[in-house]
Ligand binder design. Structure first.
Ligand SMILES: *[C@@H]1O[C@H](CO)[C@@H](O)[C@H](O)[C@H]1NC(C)=O
Ligand SMILES: *[C@@H]1O[C@H](CO)[C@@H](O)[C@H](O)[C@H]1NC(C)=O
Ligand SMILES: *[C@@H]1O[C@H](CO)[C@@H](O)[C@H](O)[C@H]1NC(C)=O
Ligand SMILES: *[C@@H]1O[C@H](CO)[C@@H](O)[C@H](O)[C@H]1NC(C)=O
Ligand SMILES: *[C@@H]1O[C@H](CO)[C@@H](O)[C@H](O)[C@H]1NC(C)=O
Ligand SMILES: *[C@@H]1O[C@H](CO)[C@@H](O)[C@H](O)[C@H]1NC(C)=O
Ligand SMILES: *[C@@H]1O[C@H](CO)[C@@H](O)[C@H](O)[C@H]1NC(C)=O
Ligand SMILES: *[C@@H]1O[C@H](CO)[C@@H](O)[C@H](O)[C@H]1NC(C)=O
Ligand SMILES: *[C@@H]1O[C@H](CO)[C@@H](O)[C@H](O)[C@H]1NC(C)=O
Ligand SMILES: *[C@@H]1O[C@H](CO)[C@@H](O)[C@H](O)[C@H]1NC(C)=O
Length: 353
């Protein structure tokens, strides 16, 4: 009896949450980040080209800085706060992210992380395959230090379980491992992985159910050029726009503004609210009434704007180092965790010898 009423309460709660989740254009968004590839190189890859007929190519979409980590941070929180390296960061818990806006509307979310060994895994890396720098959700303490939220940062194997259970979050961010995302490999390896990973999802009716799939790259490999990255929109939401190209100027901040516009979430008050860099994907803007800016000479987006993590602007960002130590003010914030990571590494090393 008690069990039954708990179950029915749970069903009522689920139904209540369901009523809040109707998006204007999509009910689900699934974002996949590949790594470090210049636009022209990606555009010349035959396996990536094969996706073009199935969706909308965004040929003026930009990363927002260099190297990798701040791009991920920006995609989840609307700024990179001056971050200009790939070190171990923990952004204080008073910094909001898209998660705050989603949860306010009872929308569900998850971050799927290939080769993360457990949910809410906080370490710097695992097996050389999972790296914290590619998982923005664990870097924001507003998520990492909240057990309920952190439980949504899961190993990617959870995805198939969630699809089978009909439990697809409204917002999903998928980080392939260092081999599959092209980081340690080539764009051909990344596109080969995508070609095996994506088509079964695109044809799976439990997964593709008013779903917008976004495939993008975090940044260009070359720093001295515009930070333009190859990006595709796929899924049933763009079925009427297959094999088209949208040349509106977008950036990773558009990932936020598009989600915000689709569900009327408001904004984070950061670059997601900067009209110049946060155009809403046109397939969505058309229906939500958002007016995009016609930016004919886009900024290069290859520098670093100062922020609280690096108050002094640097001439050129450091390369994609995976060092755990870092001589900057951010150390003060991340120091305990850097120490913990170093201790863990030392422990692992000790265990080896
Ligand atoms: C977060 O708290 C710190 C320390 O109190 C403060 O300096 C900073 O401005 C706050 N940031 C935000 C976004 O509230
Ligand atoms: C979210 O769910 C809670 C509890 O089920 C409900 O009280 C609240 O009104 C809902 N909020 C929205 C925006 O639907
Ligand atoms: C990938 O490259 C990083 C250095 O960027 C290295 O630490 C890691 O071990 C490599 N992973 C694999 C699986 O080779
Ligand atoms: C922790 O997360 C839960 C669920 O996401 C949220 O309701 C709660 O307000 C958060 N707690 C804090 C202290 O932010
Ligand atoms: C969709 O994917 C799930 C999880 O892998 C699987 O259980 C289900 O059979 C698939 N459905 C279809 C129609 O392919
Ligand atoms: C698609 O989502 C709707 C709710 O938005 C649900 O009623 C329907 O069962 C879902 N379809 C599939 C095949 O999962
Ligand atoms: C950005 O690209 C421009 C144009 O190619 C180049 O002159 C500049 O040095 C680059 N900026 C950085 C920080 O790499
Ligand atoms: C896609 O569009 C191009 C021209 O932009 C055309 O050459 C090609 O045949 C189209 N492919 C499909 C599958 O419709
Ligand atoms: C909006 O973005 C542009 C291009 O990056 C930048 O020049 C401008 O300073 C930004 N505005 C604000 C208020 O941050
Ligand atoms: C954007 O502006 C350019 C140059 O002013 C113009 O040629 C183009 O048609 C405009 N595009 C849109 C979508 O308004």
């Amino acid at each position: 009896m008690l069990f039954k009423s708990i179950v029915s309460l749970a069903l009522v709660a689920a139904a209540a949450a369901q009523t809040a989740i109707k998006g204007k254009v999509f009910d689900h968004i699934f974002i996949v980040f590949l790594e470090n590839t210049d636009y022209t190189l990606a555009a010349s890859d035959p396996a990536l080209q094969a996706f073009i007929s199935q969706g909308v190519l965004l040929d003026k979409y930009y990363g927002v800085t260099h190297p990798s980590e701040p791009n991920y941070i920006a995609a989840a929180g609307g700024d990179y706060f001056g971050m200009n390296d790939d070190a171990f960061y923990a952004i204080p818990s008073n910094y909001t992210t898209i998660v705050d806006l989603l949860e306010k509307k009872n929308l569900t979310w998850k971050a799927y992380q290939e080769d993360a060994p457990t949910a809410c895994y906080r370490d710097f890396q695992n097996n050389g395959l999972y790296f914290r720098k590619h998982n923005p959700f664990i870097i924001y303490d507003s998520i990492a230090t909240n057990a309920t939220r952190c439980a949504n940062v899961v190993p990617a194997t959870q995805l198939q379980t969630d699809i089978a259970a009909g439990n697809i979050p409204n917002y999903a961010f998928y980080t392939p491992n260092m081999i599959n995302d092209g980081h340690n490999t080539t764009v051909a390896d990344a596109s080969k992985w995508l070609t095996s990973f994506l088509p079964p999802l695109l044809s799976n009716k439990s997964f593709i159910n008013n779903t917008l799939v976004v495939i993008t790259f975090d940044e260009t490999e070359t720093y001295k050029i515009e930070n333009r990255v190859w990006t595709m929109l796929l899924g049933d939401v763009v079925a009427n726009f297959k094999n088209t190209t949208d040349s509106t100027f977008y950036t990773h901040y558009s990932l936020l503004s598009t989600v915000e516009s689709n569900w009327d979430l408001g904004n984070l008050g950061r670059q997601d609210a900067n009209a110049t860099v946060a155009n809403v994907f046109d397939v969505v803007a058309k229906s939500t009434g958002y007016t995009n800016q016609n930016i004919t000479n886009p900024p290069l987006m290859n520098g670093t704007e100062p922020g609280f993590l690096a108050p002094t602007p640097t001439a050129s960002p450091t390369s994609t180092s995976t060092s755990t130590s870092k001589p900057s003010s951010a150390d003060a914030l991340a120091a305990p965790k850097v120490m913990a990571a170093l201790a863990a590494l030392t422990g692992a090393f000790a265990a080896l010898i």
